[in-house]
Design a protein around this ligand. Structure first.
Ligand SMILES: [Zn+2]
Length: 279
């Protein structure tokens, strides 16, 4: 008896929180949309509307879903939302790019980290998996203005596809519902430079061996190539995508059937600019 009344109280509290605080989120988001002017906000809100309705309904009863749907659009508009499960690959990409636009225009969202920690305490549903380099100038959470629980990140010098990184991505797409995978290469990459100079040094040699096959032609003709590190980094990113797909039957099946999207991006560390290279 005590138990069931406790449950009812929790449900009532949840409903109260939803109904009472949604307009607050609404106001906050409208305010931040105003501050953000047109850039990220317009894109993000229109897109968030469809996502949010689905994530809301999965967390609430059918009766509150419709109600929650209308407010949820703005909740999703701030990137502090963690309830992102159910996003399609395209929606995930839109969300990621909206975050990047906020980063680029210096309008990163305010994040309630404690709230994010408590919301993700028991589960995670990151909307994107990012495979990128360990380079300290390429921090995905900052570049994509993401909060705790939103990005599943694999970092290894040269963003190489080897069993540990492939296994990590496999886990995200198989068990966490992640439907967007990004391999993010970058300019002035030390690992790619090491491969270009055929460096053999301790365990770095293993990384170099994973990069060399994809940039063989550049290594051979590098004297004639202007900005060879940039050219090689972009080619390495594409090569690592190919290795990622061919090293995992689970990833390959999901990719070929369109259940997941795998995209190559390139980040310029001097300009702070990211481009989509391989869509
Ligand atoms: Zn690098």
């Amino acid at each position: 008896m005590v138990k069931s009344s406790g449950k009812l109280e929790s449900i009532a509290l949840a409903l109260f929180v939803t109904m009472f605080f949604s307009p607050v989120n609404n106001a906050f988001s409208l305010e931040s949309a105003k501050n953000n002017q047109t850039h990220a906000a317009t894109h993000d809100t229109s897109h968030a509307a469809s996502n949010a309705a689905s994530h809301e309904s999965s967390h609430k009863t059918a009766t509150t879903a419709a109600h929650g749907g209308s407010h949820a659009a703005t909740h999703g508009a701030s990137s502090s939302s963690h309830e992102v499960s159910g996003l399609s690959p395209e929606e995930s990409l839109e969300k990621l790019l909206a975050g990047y636009r906020r980063f680029q225009t210096d309008t990163a969202s305010q994040k309630d980290l404690k709230k994010a920690i408590s919301e993700t305490a028991n589960s995670q549903s990151p909307f994107a998996a990012i495979v990128t380099c360990s380079d300290s100038r390429v921090p995905p959470e900052l570049i994509f203005d993401a909060n705790i629980g939103e990005l599943f990140i694999v970092r290894v010098a040269g963003n190489v596809s080897e069993p540990y990184s492939v296994g990590s991505v496999e886990y995200a797409v198989e068990h966490l519902g992640t439907r967007l995978v990004v391999v993010l290469g970058h300019s002035k990459c030390g690992a790619v430079s090491a491969a270009l100079s055929k460096l053999r040094e301790g365990n770095i040699t293993y990384l170099v061996h994973k990069i060399e096959p994809g940039i063989k032609d550049i290594i051979k003709n590098q004297a004639q190539i202007q900005d060879k590190v940039t050219v090689a980094s972009k080619q390495n990113m594409k090569y690592q995508i190919m290795k990622l797909i061919e090293s995992s039957s689970a990833i390959e099946e999901k990719y070929k059937s369109g259940k997941i999207k795998i995209i190559g991006m390139y980040y310029d560390v001097a300009q702070g600019i990211m481009t989509i290279e391989n869509h």
